[in-house]
Design a protein around this ligand. Structure first.
Ligand code: ZN
Length: 254
């Protein structure tokens, strides 16, 4: 895996979110705006520098979760998301907002697929869902670069509290079949397409274990303990794992 020099990732390679700056001949596109106002501001500065005097054409939000959108207010360009993500962002409750935060919803939305042409390359966006209802993926076919949003957590337990796990598995299979060379996850280090496989394997094991617990009449809390023990999940994520399991139980009950 070799990161092309027109892509810059602003993240710590660990638990915090990855925001990405992509610069083409016509200008720069920023994907996600980070988790704090300080990071959002620093990201904007980084984008201006990377652009080499070209305009910042757009911000793309991979999904509606708060840690991906806090820096929106620093960007005056169009902000693009799926229609589902915009609906969720508009409903963010004011109690959770940091001081100085101005809710800045997306200005353009789509469902299905859209393309952004930035001169020498294309950004193809798919409204995928999976990790969250408003999730999208970004692919640059000319260079085999894929941004998965939170449909990939590389090297850490994914947040599953908002997830549609069967759909998430389908998305990962499709993204892998496209044969990307560079995969930029929502959280964790950048990798190749093997990180799609690892994420899919873990999620599939999670789904199978949850469905098995459901069939055996094991309660949600105990099932979450099993996931932590058997799938080496982060114990700090136990509560959101339980939320994800509850959703799987509700689905199987239908
Ligand atoms: Zn997320």
């Amino acid at each position: 895996m070799r990161m092309p020099d027109f892509v810059k990732v602003y993240g710590d390679g660990g638990s915090r979110v990855n925001a990405t700056v992509i610069t083409g001949k016509r200008g720069t596109v920023v994907v996600d705006t980070h988790v704090t106002l300080e990071d959002g501001k620093a990201l904007k500065d980084m984008a201006v520098e990377a652009s080499g005097g070209r305009p910042i054409l757009a911000v793309i939000l991979t999904h509606e979760h708060f840690d991906h959108i806090v820096g929106n207010q620093f960007f005056s360009c169009p902000i693009i998301s799926t229609a589902a993500a915009r609906r969720c962002i508009q409903e963010i409750s004011s109690e959770r907002l940091p001081e100085g935060f101005v809710l800045t919803p997306p200005t353009e939305t789509f469902t299905g697929e859209m393309s952004i042409h930035i001169g020498d390359m294309t950004l193809v966006l798919w409204s995928d869902g999976g990790h969250s209802p408003g999730e999208l993926s970004v692919f640059i076919p000319e260079h085999g670069v894929l941004l998965t949003g939170d449909n990939v957590f590389n090297g850490r337990t994914p947040y599953v509290g908002d997830a549609d796990v069967p759909k998430w598995l389908e998305v990962l299979t499709r993204l892998h079949a496209m044969g990307p060379e560079v995969v930029i996850p929502g959280h964790g280090p950048v990798g190749g397409k093997e990180i799609l496989v690892r994420q899919r394997d873990w999620l599939e094991a999670f789904l199978v274990l949850a469905q098995d617990c459901f069939r055996k009449g094991i309660g949600v809390e105990e099932a979450a303990d099993k996931v932590v023990a058997e799938l080496k999940a982060d114990p700090a994520r136990r509560q959101v794992l339980a939320e994800g399991i509850r959703k799987i139980y509700e689905r199987d009950r239908r």
